[in-house]
Design a protein around this ligand. Structure first.
Ligand code: FES
Length: 105
């Protein structure tokens, strides 16, 4: 279990091994901006890694392809929350993360 801090909302998410950040957020009652419902195709969930980049898992091919297609720099600091898994503490910046009532994203 790794801790992911998300600003500007200022929350800490517990992310299990192999679990994506977006899945962890949803499980904790938060919505993460998405259009494709976490299928790594819209790019809407892109987030900035502010700290802990070495704790981010390698980028899968579908994430890399979507970032490239949506003209996001492949610098390792921009990651799709619907594909990002972590193995240690990470701080992300993503506007639009919000509390849900548990029935929507
Ligand atoms: S939610 Fe669409 S790419 Fe991640």
């Amino acid at each position: 279990m790794s801790l992911v801090h998300v600003d500007p909302i200022g929350i800490d998410l517990e992310v299990a091994a192999g679990q994506t950040v977006m899945a962890a957020a949803r499980a904790a009652g938060y919505g993460w901006p998405t259009v494709c419902d976490a299928s790594a195709s819209c790019g809407t969930c892109v987030s900035i890694v502010k700290d802990g980049i070495d704790n981010c898992a390698e980028m899968p091919d579908d994430e890399r392809e979507t970032l490239a297609r949506t003209l996001v720099p492949l610098d390792g600091q921009r990651r799709l929350a619907c594909r990002l898994t972590v193995n240690g503490p990470v701080t992300l910046s993503k506007r639009g993360v919000h509390v849900t009532d548990g029935s929507s994203s």
